[in-house]
Every structure is written in structure tokens, then in C-alpha cells.
Design a protein around this ligand. Structure first.
Ligand SMILES: Cc1cc2nc3c(=O)[nH]c(=O)nc-3n(C[C@H](O)[C@H](O)[C@H](O)COP(=O)(O)OP(=O)(O)OC[C@H]3O[C@@H](n4cnc5c(N)ncnc54)[C@H](O)[C@@H]3O)c2cc1C
Length: 325
């Protein structure tokens, strides 16, 4: 039987960890929604982080690992267990390769590579969150995803630190093996780039950030796109035949295309609104809660399912719900 006190006592003996009991998760997520966890446990040391995980397992404590909290919906009731963050954020360059700790802010990795004339992640500029979270969900934008540049990923499997090469990570659109193996924690990754002109790369990223900041103002409490886009080849024939060819980009149909047609834009429930300019963008006006957010998401899934016979799948990850982490 899990005891918070006993678990905190076990953690107290581990060096280089910071423990915040009863941390309100709304403060650690971009949505600004979510009740408390029993404790937030931060560490930038791989040894200490592994020791903390082993201690949590021994205590039978439920736990979840998060990063920057930019792709999370946390239940209003919070998470009845420990929330861990691996905060190591070192960026190191060696020739055309860069290694990054999971806790490195993705945008810092972009700038780091750009400034060194290393081409490959400049179009990911402005995607919020940390490098570990980006690998977990194979984050991407403008036709590129982080997987294209990952050489290796170092992770902790609960017992050992292991190294996977790109193909072992089973990257697909917004998917990786780490999304299926939630007990595996990404510690760092090595990326490989092509030589290029630093000024050009920085200019590309600056342009993308400007566009993104208009679409997602930095103060907006949201998670970017709520639903994954649809692979056109995976759509049932009826739905596929309704999609005009110019809507299909890189073989994908934006979820917003279907959502817009079922009246998503401008939908509201309490402090949760669907943007009136983007059907796949849901935000918290300030006093929103996860119950209303979940209700709107379910409503949209039902509408899209009824009208097109397709299943809209969330890109966003849940914490503290029966069906989430
Ligand atoms: C305004 C806005 C715009 C966005 N635009 C995009 C976009 O263009 N493209 C895109 O792909 N995404 C986008 N996102 C979503 C989000 O930024 C990405 O999914 C991001 O990579 C999440 O990183 P994070 O560190 O915040 O992860 P979190 O939200 O903290 O966690 C997300 C998931 O990753 C897991 N995780 C985190 N760290 C680790 C780790 N070290 N090991 C194992 N699992 C881990 C967590 O358990 C959780 O399930 C956007 C979000 C916002 C708010």
C-alpha cells in the first residue's frame, strides 16, 4: 500500500533532487489547469533521477515523468502520486553533432544548432517544451519532425540506462516507442546536422517564430493542436473522398479541416474556448477547468465521428484521468 510519507522519506536520502510536496500542477502546465500531485520531484542528475525512480517503485508510488508541461491536460483533482522532471539541460556540440539533455528547452536547441551553422531543426523554432518531450511525441512543424535529426536516444528503462539508435525509437508521425513504453524515461539525445549558413538558419527560425507567435500568443494557455492530423491513406474511403486535394499536406489532412465543418470554431464551455480562427486550438481563458476541457474534446470527437465516421485522436496527453497516464 502506497504511503506518501514513506515515499518522501525514501526520497529524502537521495542527493541532488528537489522535492516540492503538494505541487499544484496548474503551475507546471501551459494550459494552467490541474490539481496537485503528492510531490513534484526534480533532478538534473541521471544517477539521482534513476535512484528516485527506483525508490518510487520500491514504495509502490504511482508516478509520471513530464517535461515543460506544454502538451498536457491534468485533471482538476490532480495526480495521486509523484510527478518527476529530469531537468538536465546541457547542450554540447562536436562537429556536426549536438547532444542535448532531456531538460533542454527545444527552442534553445534550435538556436544552439542555428548559431553553429547546423541545419536540421530550424523549422522546429517556437515549438514549446523540452527536448525529452519532443522526442516522446516526435514533435514537428513545417513538414519536418525532430526524428529526422535524432541519431541516438539515451533512456532509463527502470533498471538500466540504455542507448537506442534512431530506427529503434520507432518514430512515426507524433509517435515514438517512448509513447508506448511510458516506463522508459528519455535522458538525452544526440542529433546529427548538415552544415549551413548560420544567418540563413536564424532568419528561417525568426520568420517561423513570428508566424507562430501570432497563431499562439506566448501568454495563451493551451497545448497547441489538441488533435493529431489524419493520414489521408488511413481515412475510410467515404471521408477521404470528401477532402479537397489542396487540403492535403505531406499526405496528411489537418484535423482542423474536419473540426471546422462540425462547427468547432468559437465553441465555448466555461473558461474553455475553441479559437475562432483555428478549429484545432482550444485554450483556457484563465478560469477554465479540465472537466470543461474534456467535455469540449469529447463533444468534438463525437461530432467528427458522427459526421465523417472517423476517430479524432488526441495529440495532447492526459494526466490524472482514468484513461490517461
Ligand atoms: C502553443 C503551442 C504550440 C505547439 N506547437 C506544436 C507543434 O507545432 N508541433 C508539435 O509537435 N507540438 C506542438 N506543441 C505541443 C508541445 O509543445 C510538444 O508536444 C512538446 O514536444 C511537448 O514537450 P514538453 O516538454 O512540454 O512535454 P510535456 O507536455 O511535459 O509532456 C508530454 C508527454 O511527454 C512525456 N515526457 C516528457 N518528458 C519525457 C521524458 N524525458 N521521457 C519520457 N517521456 C517524457 C510526458 O510523460 C507526456 O506524456 C505545441 C504546444 C503549444 C502550447
Amino acid at each position: 500500500m502506497y504511503s506518501t510519507e514513506e515515499t518522501l522519506a525514501r526520497l529524502a536520502g537521495i542527493p541532488n533532487i528537489q522535492v516540492t510536496p503538494e505541487a499544484p500542477l496548474s503551475r507546471y502546465t501551459r494550459f494552467g489547469i490541474g490539481g496537485p500531485c503528492h510531490a513534484l520531484v526534480d533532478s538534473g542528475s541521471a544517477e539521482s533521477f534513476a535512484a528516485a525512480l527506483i525508490a518510487l517503485r520500491a514504495a509502490g508510488a504511482p508516478f509520471v515523468v513530464v517535461g515543460g508541461g506544454t502538451n498536457l491536460i491534468v485533471a482538476d483533482e490532480g495526480f495521486p502520486g509523484m510527478v518527476l522532471r529530469y531537468t538536465a539541460n546541457r547542450l554540447l556540440a562536436a562537429g556536426d553533432r549536438v547532444s542535448a539533455g532531456s531538460g533542454a528547452v527545444l527552442d534553445d536547441l534550435v538556436d544552439f544548432a542555428n548559431e553553429r551553422g547546423l541545419r536540421g531543426v530550424e523549422t522546429l523554432a517556437g515549438i514549446p517544451g523540452w527536448t525529452g518531450g519532443a522526442i516522446y511525441g516526435n514533435a514537428g512543424a513545417y513538414g519536418h519532425s525532430i526524428a529526422e535529426r535524432v541519431r541516438t536516444v539515451r533512456f532509463f528503462d527502470g533498471e538500466h540506462v540504455r542507448l537506442f539508435h534512431n530506427e529503434q525509437c520507432e518514430f512515426q508521425y507524433r509517435e515514438s516507442i517512448f509513447k508506448r513504453r511510458k516506463d522508459w524515461i528519455v535522458l538525452s539525445a544526440e542529433f546529427q546536422f548538415d552544415p549551413s549558413d548560420p544567418a540563413e538558419l536564424c532568419e528561417t527560425s525568426a520568420g517561423i517564430r513570428e508566424v507562430r507567435n501570432r497563431k499562439f500568443p506566448p501568454s495563451m494557455k493551451c497545448a497547441g493542436s489538441i488533435f493529431k492530423n489524419f493520414l489521408h491513406s488511413n481515412l475510410p474511403p467515404g471521408a477521404a473522398s470528401l477532402v479537397p486535394p489542396d487540403v492535403i499536406r505531406d499526405g496528411k489532412v489537418p484535423a482542423a479541416y474536419f473540426l471546422e465543418q462540425v462547427g468547432a470554431k468559437g465553441l465555448r464551455r466555461g473558461g474553455i474556448h475553441v479559437a475562432d480562427y483555428h478549429a484545432n486550438l482550444i485554450y483556457n481563458t484563465g478560469d477554465g477547468n479540465s472537466a470543461d476541457l474534456r467535455a469540449i474534446i469529447l463533444e468534438l470527437k463525437a461530432r467528427v465521428g458522427d459526421r465523417f465516421g472517423i476517430h479524432a485522436e488526441e495529440e495532447v496527453q492526459y494526466i490524472g484521468f482514468d484513461y490517461g497516464i
